[in-house]
Design a binder for this molecule. Structure first.
Ligand SMILES: Nc1ncnc2c1ncn2[C@@H]1O[C@H](COP(=O)(O)OP(=O)(O)OP(=O)(O)O)[C@@H](O)[C@H]1O
Ligand SMILES: [Mg+2]
Length: 599
């Protein structure tokens, strides 16, 4: 049996373990600075609550050493009231702290997401050409989520923990210096143990999140490609890929929990051991010259030692992991859009639609030229049909007019304005572009038609739909124009999708129209409708039509055959037919095909 060739691109992990990077943290702090007043308030309530907690052992000492031996009932009542007050104060503080910090955390996350989203909308096609879309998704969703905890808890907790640690230490020293030394002796051991386990845990957590990123990216792609999967009955193979990814995720997850399970017992044991030894020291060595209250209070404070230590190491870990996420996030934000307005770009005035390609050379990659010294002068209102073999560069030509890619040399001008000198917005808003793969967004049909001109009235939308003959099929749907279509418009036929994209373009009333038609064949009935719609759409506009239907091509003012990095033939139908070149062959072949199939 032939060996199955199946490379799983989703098994490639992103590298997440790296040195902690101060620069990334600085960028995060800039986001945080906007909310500094809230952070400050949170800090104040936390300090109040931890101060309240810190005095409890002192009160215990007072109760044991003074109140109980003195049978002071009144004192006991006062102390109990203080106790209750402390509990109430600290829970109120806790409530506010959670509220303030979640607000800050979520606001920062929203700001970062807004920035990424705004930014990725400016990124050129090349950005999307080069990476799995699922992985872009992961950055915006998962990685940003992972920061939430660092922002909401990490930074603030660090300050509080350092604070409690120091205050507890000072109180202990004033209570009894000798007992403090006993506790301090344990710190190096605790620190070494915690650091060791935490480092391990961090690495495995990073692996978990990178496995999770793989999983999300794979699910995303699987859903997008489900139809192909089912058509090619690839379900089993894909399930295997998916379960492999999940197995890896599960292994890493269990491993990380394993470390997590170790850390708490470790701290607990150290804490109990240190308290035990403290008691032995107090009872055996300092026998008699230490008050029971002091011992109880010291035991209480010793409990306050270990949690902050654990939290501080936790914070360090969070910082290191987040550093990797931050880098991925800021890396995306920092990608410079290659295609952007020049500094002194001006608004393209209302155009008539004359387009000139002057010695244009272009390749998606620098050393792989697709169009070389391409020259073309299109008069305003002219209809151009682009034909040529697949992969010749037809879509490329029209991509260049809308400046989806920048050319390597030469110039493209519209009404004498170099498209590099005008703002992208003013350029694209004067063009109607119907791409090879019509994208329908989830929402209603009317919203989809209105996509490029949000202020269009319902009447205008219906008028546009009528003109391109989309109206009839739309009103037959269950809710007419308000029928919900899902993302990609899968419940519409190819022809219907195309008619909607016609209406969408018509509504913009652009001077330049670009239609990149999919090769897929459409039934003759729909074909006739599309043909008629197209004729209406193209009136009074400069148009580039990449069509596969001969009728559309025949009606063009000029037909351009693109081949071998440039124009192979140019002229109207009759001229090209008499040339007996590429177009002649193409046309003859299609006619032959039609005749054979009509029979
Ligand atoms: N985003 C891209 N990145 C790199 N190369 C690309 C990209 N898009 C297209 N190409 C390459 O550029 C060449 C021209 O592609 P183009 O899409 O313009 O062909 P086309 O004439 O429109 O073909 P079709 O009739 O199949 O739509 C092809 O060889 C293709 O491999
Ligand atoms: Mg194409």
């Amino acid at each position: 049996m032939a060996k199955e060739k199946q490379r799983n691109t989703f098994a490639e992990d992103e590298m997440l373990d790296q040195e902690f990077n101060k620069e990334q943290l600085k960028k995060l702090l800039i986001y945080l600075a906007k909310y500094s007043s809230k952070v400050l308030m949170a800090l104040i309530v936390i300090l109040v609550s931890s101060l309240a907690n810190l005095v409890t052992p002192l009160i215990m000492k007072f109760v044991i050493d003074d109140i109980i031996p003195g049978h002071d009932i009144k004192g006991l009542i006062i102390i109990s009231t203080i106790f209750i007050a402390i509990i109430i104060i600290s829970s109120i503080c806790m409530k506010f702290r959670i509220r303030f910090m979640s607000e800050v955390g979520q606001s920062v996350i929203k700001d970062i997401r807004t920035d990424i989203f705004t930014h990725i909308q400016t990124l050129p096609f090349t950005f999307y050409d080069n990476r799995p879309h699922g992985k872009i998704l992961v950055r915006i969703v998962n990685y940003v989520n992972s920061l939430s905890d660092l922002i909401s808890n990490g930074l603030i907790n660090l300050i509080v923990d350092l604070f409690s640690f120091i205050v507890a230490l000072i109180i202990m020293i004033t209570l009894d210096f000798r007992l403090t030394i006993v506790i301090l002796l344990f710190i190096p051991f605790a620190f070494a143990g915690i650091t060791y386990i935490k480092n391990r845990q961090r690495k495995s957590m990073q692996e978990v999140s990178s496995k999770q990123a793989n999983m999300n990216a794979y699910i995303h792609e699987s859903i997008s490609g489900m139809k192909v999967t089912q058509s090619f009955t690839r379900e089993k193979v894909n399930l295997k890929i998916f379960t492999d990814i999940m197995d890896e995720y599960q292994d890493k997850w269990i491993e990380s929990r394993h470390y997590m399970a170790l850390i708490f017992p470790l701290v607990k044991n150290i804490s109990i051991l240190s308290q035990g030894i403290m008691m032995i020291v107090a009872l055996v060595i300092f026998k008699g010259n230490i008050s029971p209250g002091v011992v109880v209070a010291a035991l209480g404070y010793s409990g306050n030692f270990w949690m902050p230590l654990l939290n501080i190491s936790e914070f360090y870990n969070q910082l290191v992991s987040s550093s990797a996420y931050l880098e991925r996030i800021f890396e995306t934000i920092d990608i410079k859009p290659e295609i952007k307005d020049k500094e002194n770009a001006y608004t393209l005035p209302a155009i008539s639609g004359e387009i000139i390609f002057n010695n244009v050379t272009f390749g998606y990659e620098k050393d792989h030229i697709i169009l070389e010294n391409f020259n073309l002068h299109v008069k305003s209102g002219e209809r151009i049909a682009l034909v040529g073999p697949t992969g010749a560069g037809k879509t490329t030509v029209v991509n260049l007019i809308s400046r989806f890619y920048d050319i390597q040399s030469g110039a493209i001008t519209i009404d004498g304005h170099n498209i590099q000198d005008v703002t992208i917005n003013s350029l694209r808003s004067q063009m109607g572009i119907m791409m090879q793969d019509t994208f329908i967004f989830s929402g209603t049909i009317i919203d989809n038609i209105r996509y490029g001109k949000l202020d269009a009235t319902d009447e205008e939308v219906i008028e546009a739909a009528k003109t391109v003959k989309a109206h009839d099929f739309i009103i037959q749907m269950e809710n007419g124009y308000n029928t919900e279509v899902n993302e990609r418009g899968t419940r519409l036929s190819t022809g219907q999708r195309q008619l909607i994209s016609f209406a969408r373009a018509l509504l913009m009333n652009p001077k330049i129209l670009i239609l990149d038609e999919a090769t897929s064949s459409i039934d003759t009935q729909t074909e006739k409708i599309i043909q008629e719609s197209l004729e209406k759409l193209l009136v009074n506009r400069t148009s580039f039509v990449i069509a596969h239907r001969l009728s559309t091509i025949k009606n063009a003012d000029r037909i351009i055959v693109i081949n071998n990095k440039g124009i192979e033939e140019i002229g109207n139908h009759d001229e090209l037919m008499s040339n007996q070149g590429h177009y002649f062959n193409l046309y003859s072949a299609q006619i032959k095909f039609l005749k054979e199939n009509v029979k």
